[in-house]
Design a protein around this ligand. Structure first.
Ligand code: CAA
Length: 419
């Protein structure tokens, strides 16, 4: 969708993403275990909303409506009805239309594009936010909750860890088809951790994983799947994190910016978005992300952009092989060459096409509903020079996001221009 009315990202806020491995996360080995609790879904959401209002200087009363990305609040936190939960954050949001969007791990991306649609329909200032808490249960039980994003009837039994097994399956077929090994895919993992180590908001900001550690299984990096066909193709370091976190952003039309007294030069412009959806449980080729490719190609056609023009990119690296496949689907690398692209340094912070500069889902973390919002905020923050130690050295003119739900079943792609 190419906006008929211009849409600007005004700014926003994200909470630190936390979970096992993060120094502030309370679990049985934390010195404050039993004395302090981790933040709830509502607390995270409230903190992101109030942070977005404060950092942009936008009054809550100016927000006309809001869209909330969340996948599984009912399962992890016994909480649904996200719009009504969100407006508890501020009295001036109460009474306004706030509602939830759900598309598995693409829920955040869907919240952003629905906010864009609202601006096309006549709204001027809209909030998009996302939040997820996943650490209320064990990783194994949580994997069962996340499996609701698969075709439950036909795919759940792949493994207790359904999604890790689905992407181990992709890694197996990819490695066999293109003759690459897990060490070739490990470059994206080493990059993710190196970037996250520079990012104060990252779940894995204090955890070191270098290329050697990411390339092989070990006692601390086990192959944990039970599925005999796929277990050899996935280790713990190949996986995104089970994170808690929230992110909120404000979008405005040109009229909205005038009302807010914000100059467009402080913003990033959305050039277009696409959403592609494919049927659950019906992947025809495990070695490509066909649904993402469709969304990306439509976006390039719609905006006139070419892959080589993109100066910064956020892709959905729910597993290491997914980043490799994403860079191929987005046209940055030929099929089978995504690992080589990472190995060449092209996707590093100072590379030709920096990808997942804050650490991606693997090391920044993956609080499912917040991920798509975070991706857009990261592009905004990179374009506006707000990324501190992980700031890209160039001033990117164009940026792209690809947020994926399920096994490449829903993909939201967006393109942005620095103003
Ligand atoms: N040796 C052998 N096995 C070991 C082991 C060791 N040293 N350490 C752990 N394991 C095994 C055990 O079987 C363990 O399970 P149990 O404790 O239940 O027996 C299992 O590995 C997991 O161990 P932990 O619970 O200690 O693991 P963890 O808390 O460190 O988590 C992880 C690691 C399981 C990889 C977890 O980070 C994870 O599940 N990540 C993936 C999250 C995910 O799938 N997100 C969704 C992505 S898909 C997407 O984005 C699209 C969508 O729409 C859903």
């Amino acid at each position: 969708m190419k906006p008929q009315r211009k849409v600007f990202v005004v700014g926003g806020h994200l909470t630190p993403f936390i979970g096992k491995g993060h120094p502030d996360f309370i679990w049985k080995k934390h010195p404050e275990f039993g004395q302090r609790e981790n933040p709830t879904l509502e607390e995270l959401m409230t903190s992101a909303i109030l942070g977005a209002l404060e950092s942009t200087g936008v009054e809550a009363a100016a927000i006309e409506r809001g869209y909330v990305g969340n996948f599984a609040g009912e399962l992890f936190s016994n909480q649904g009805h996200m719009g009504a939960l969100a407006v508890r954050a501020h009295k001036d949001l109460q009474g306004k239309p706030f509602m939830r969007l759900e598309g598995a791990c693409a829920s955040g991306g869907l919240a952003v594009v629905t906010a864009v649609d609202a601006i096309q329909a006549g709204c001027d200032v809209v909030m998009a936010l996302g939040a997820e808490v996943q650490t209320t249960v064990s990783a194994r039980d949580g994997a069962g909750f996340l499996a609701r994003a698969s075709h439950w009837e036909s795919e759940r039994e792949l493994d207790d860890f359904t999604f890790p097994a689905m992407f181990a399956r992709r890694a197996k077929y990819y490695e066999e088809k293109f003759g690459v090994g897990e060490e070739d895919i490990a470059y994206v993992v080493a990059k993710a951790y190196a970037n996250a180590n520079k990012n104060p908001n990252a779940h894995m900001r204090d955890v070191k994983v270098d290329l050697e550690a990411a390339s092989q299984a070990s006692d601390t990096n086990p192959r944990f799947l039970r599925n005999e066909d796929f277990k050899d193709y996935l280790k713990v370091t190949d996986c995104s994190q089970v994170s808690d976190g929230a992110a909120a952003m404000i979008l405005a039309s040109e009229e909205g910016l005038k009302k807010l007294g914000i100059d467009p030069s402080k913003c990033v412009e959305l050039l277009g978005y696409t959403v592609a959806t494919s049927p659950l449980g019906q992947v025809s080729d495990y070695t490509t992300l066909d649904n993402t490719k469709k969304a990306a190609n439509e976006l390039y056609t719609e905006t006139g952009l070419k892959p080589e023009q993109i100066g910064v990119c956020e892709v959905h690296d729910c597993f290491a092989v997914t980043e490799v496949l994403m860079t191929e689907a987005l046209g940055f690398a030929e099929p089978g060459k995504g690992g080589e692209l990472a190995k060449s340094g092209a996707t590093a912070i100072d590379g030709k096409i920096p990808v997942n500069t804050g650490g991606g889902l693997i090391a920044f973390g993956h609080p499912v509903g917040a991920t798509g919002i975070k991706q857009v905020l990261e592009i905004y923050r990179q374009m506006k020079g707000l990324c501190g130690d992980y700031q890209v050295p160039t001033k990117p003119e164009y940026g792209l996001t690809a947020n994926m739900g399920g096994d490449d079943r829903t993909t939201v792609c967006m393109a942005f221009k620095n103003v």
